[in-house]
Ligand binder design. Structure first.
Ligand code: FPP
Length: 286
């Protein structure tokens, strides 16, 4: 029999939740709906590092640990889509040194984590202006996407060089081109059509948006897609965010009543008549 130390670090078996964590997950599944799509603005890496007298990159590095734990827990509880805001269009304006360290970290994280993601049945995808990333990052990303493309568990979307306005601009361009080519008329432009032209086409809109570090901003994230998302602000910095904080966010989400502009009584009546909320969500997210 192998000792723990004889295992190659990559030769990990898929991890399943055990002990008290399994119990927490089961309780969460029983207490209400698990959000289909969770989007996260991972904020506070720099401040986490500063508060410890460490360089900013130390915060980003610890942030990768939070990514790992959050992805794993989301997969285990049955979240279908997880979108992580890993690098925004605006982040290119940071000091050159920080940008290049972040890119290197991203490349290494993709290289080191892809096998584990694959073993955990996670499908990796990306949204954003991927062609603007350094070649080596693009290569690792494409490898991860290719390797995991037939996985059927959690769909992990990495938002890289992404912004909501970039996404909407691309959609408007695509639609304008179709009008010019005579494929559609301006009258045929409706909300589902716009959704289909965004980088998140075929993905339901986020049910829950989590932002860490206590800031109250959307920061140019999924501007169109967040129209009806429930927002949960966590006070902890991203490197301190682990699965227990994720469970708190989901438990909070389960206590909300999602009215989509209607009144409570309509929802109660609708529920008695069938899955009204599901039909409504299908309509708004195209
Ligand atoms: C925000 O903190 C965080 C980022 C801009 C980068 C997030 C990147 C990671 C967590 C690492 C790589 C990710 C993956 C998907 C492997 P901040 O620097 O804005 O913090 P501050 O507001 O305290 O300065």
């Amino acid at each position: 029999m192998h000792s723990k130390h004889s295992l190659h670090p990559r030769a990990r078996v898929p991890r399943v939740a055990g002990g008290s964590d399994k119990k927490l997950q089961d309780d969460l599944k029983e207490s209400g709906n698990i959000p289909v799509h969770i989007a996260i603005i991972m904020d506070g890496n720099g401040r986490w590092a500063k508060s410890r007298g460490l360089p900013r990159i130390a915060g980003h590095k610890e942030g990768v640990e939070s990514v790992r734990d959050t992805v794993e827990a989301c997969g285990q509880i049955g979240v279908k889509y997880l979108t992580l805001y890993a690098f925004s269009t605006e982040n290119w304006k940071r000091p050159h040194e920080e940008v290049s360290m972040l890119m290197r970290l991203l490349m290494r994280a993709l290289r080191d984590e892809t096998d584990r993601l694959h073993q955990n049945n996670v499908r990796v995808q990306a949204i954003g202006e991927i062609s603007s990333l350094p070649r080596e990052v693009q290569d690792e990303l494409l490898d991860a996407i290719e390797k995991t493309k037939t996985n059927t568990g959690l769909n992990l979307f990495l938002a890289l060089s992404y912004s909501g306005r970039w996404d909407l601009t691309g959609a408007v361009r695509g639609i304008a081109a179709e009008v010019l080519e005579g494929k559609i008329t301006p009258e045929e432009i409706d909300e589902p059509l716009i959704s289909r032209h965004l980088s998140t086409a075929n993905v339901s809109d986020p049910d829950l948006l989590i932002r860490t570090s206590g800031e109250l901003r959307i920061s140019n994230f999924l501007l169109w897609q967040l129209a009806y998302s429930e927002i949960y602000i966590s006070d902890c910095f991203w490197p301190d965010f682990r699965r227990n904080e994720l469970y708190n966010a989901i438990a909070d989400y389960q206590r909300r009543e999602r009215r989509f502009g209607m009144v409570s009584e309509q929802l109660q009546k609708g529920k008695r008549r069938g899955n009204f909320v599901d039909r409504f969500l299908k309509n708004v997210s195209g």
